[in-house]
Design a protein around this ligand. Structure first.
Ligand code: NDP
Length: 451
């Protein structure tokens, strides 16, 4: 049996309930087969067995008191997956679906994504099954403080540097950082995504969405195309989706959709800059639902369905798809419908938003398909730039950070294509991203001996 197959079998056997983690491991491992042939030293030194096992995974109790003075208890996680090339680095997710398997899938993906950025960052991820929806600011603050009351002992600017993810934006980072600072008595770059007043970087909020669109645009350029005049479907309505919309508008495309977990909006006239500002205020300040957008602009609103279901059911024409909500939001049937409706480019703002069947459909139909670990790496790359600014006590201008982000995304795109070609899979961004991300980490692991 090949080492790859035996690693996959072992992962499934050891943690049979961690379906998302299995999915992420299988997706990466199956493309790494040629690296095992080319690098027998990786096999001999157990690199494949070691890379799927986190350095450590911490699970903890998060007790807090709600506005009715009731005690609530949530579960917190931090998975420190791999620090071969730099401190552990990866976001924190607050969502009721969070469990150890989801955090492990995200932490595992993060290893390769962070490696692709060329910055010195290892892979990690954390979160809680806490649901921020409908909670008051006071409740969010008390929860964040309780979460940090345990997390603080596991992180540090040279050890592990968390950031935001689903349900964790500027407000939550502020509360967590404030509490870390209080109990450690140090003002240091231990979290990224901070406010500008206390060590944050310009462009960090925009970076994941902007980076995804830069990556899409690089893919399109390989076929002599660009975003001008293209119909773009975006899913989600949060941080990544909002700035993806802003950047598509700047590049001349028309975004026709957004969704949250309550509804999908189809706006045939396009979500222009004014509407995008309305969406940002609705989601980030008023913390409302996208259905209010439909009331405001008299657009189509389909309750309880995501963007990809609506596109399939209504046969909506789309050129480019930017899934920016959550994992496995596009299934095989939705992918087939996208292809049928004319979609030729998919860049993933979210992590693993396409199911394995959907990926197969895109690849079989010659769709330009940019997997999340490459296409959405702009967020963590800019977090890396925030870390550099924090350690040098400097802050760079908006243009400086944006131009570095663009260069990094171009670099990632090129690394994917180069690695794919070097391993006989020309144009395959999945193989390219996985191999380019993996080989650097594997070589660093080799240098350390068996640790
Ligand atoms: P946010 O919490 O800001 O936004 C998530 C959005 O997706 C919300 O509008 C949410 O709706 C919607 N959503 C979540 N689950 C579903 C669902 N099942 N069906 C429909 N809509 C859903 O998170 P981010 O924008 O930060 O993250 C989005 C994705 O991007 C995630 O996969 C994340 O891991 C990935 N990512 C984020 C990075 C970042 O820098 N923030 C970096 C790299 C990747 P609702 O409001 O109803 O919950």
């Amino acid at each position: 049996m090949s080492v790859i197959k035996s690693v996959i079998d072992k992962v499934k056997r050891m943690d049979p309930d961690q379906k998302e983690f299995h999915q992420a491991v299988i997706e990466v491992m199956e493309t790494l087969e040629p690296t095992a042939e080319r690098h027998p030293e990786f096999v001999k030194n157990g690199i494949y067995e070691r890379i799927v096992e986190p350095e450590r995974a911490v699970q903890f109790r998060v007790p807090w008191v709600d506005d009715k003075s009731q005690v609530q208890v949530n579960r917190g996680f931090r998975v420190q997956f791999n620090n071969a090339i730099g401190p552990f680095k990866g976001g924190i997710r607050f969502h009721p679906s969070v469990n150890l398997g989801i955090i492990k899938f995200l932490g595992f993906e993060q290893i390769f994504k962070n490696s692709l950025t060329t910055l010195a960052m290892g892979g990690g991820k954390g979160g809680s099954d806490f649901d921020p929806k409908g909670k008051s600011d006071g409740e969010i603050m008390r929860f964040c403080q309780s979460f940090m009351r345990e997390l603080f002992r596991h992180i540090g600017p040279e050890t592990d540097v968390p950031a935001g993810d689903i349900g964790v934006g500027g407000r939550e980072i502020g509360y967590m950082y404030g509490y870390y600072k209080k109990i450690r008595n140090e003002h240091t770059g231990v979290l990224t995504g901070k406010g500008l007043e206390y060590g944050g970087s310009l462009i960090r909020p925009e970076a994941t969405g902007y980076g995804t669109v830069y990556f899409a645009s690089e893919m399109l350029a390989t076929r002599g195309l660009d975003l001008k005049g293209k119909r773009v479907a975006v899913s989600g309505a949060g941080n990544v989706a909002q700035y993806a919309i802003e950047k598509v508008n700047q590049m001349g495309g028309t975004v026709i959709s957004v969704c949250d977990s309550g509804a999908t909006i189809i706006d045939e006239a396009g979500i222009d800059n004014d509407k995008c500002c309305y969406l940002m205020e609705l989601k980030n300040v008023r913390r409302g639902r996208v259905s209010e957008y439909a009331d405001q602009y008299k657009t189509v609103c389909v309750e309880s369905k995501n963007v990809w279901d609506v596109i399939r059911e209504q046969g909506i024409k789309v050129d480019v798809a930017l899934p920016c909500a959550t994992q496995n939001e596009i299934d095989g049937a939705n992918a087939e419908a996208l292809v049928k409706n004319g979609c030729f480019c998919v860049a993933e703002g979210a992590n693993m938003p396409s199911s394995p069947e959907a990926v197969r459909v895109f690849q079989a139909n010659n769709v330009l398909y940019g997997p999340g670990k490459a296409a959405n790496a702009g967020g963590v790359a800019t977090s890396g730039l925030e870390m550099s600014q924090n350690s040098s006590k400097l802050s760079w201008t908006r243009d400086e950070v944006d131009s570095r982000l663009l260069l990094i995304m171009k670099g990632i795109h090129k690394s994917c294509l180069d690695a794919a070609e070097a391993y006989g899979k020309k144009g395959d961004y999945v193989t390219g991203a996985n191999i380019a991300g993996f080989v650097k980490v594997a070589k660093a692991m080799m240098a350390y001996g068996i640790v």
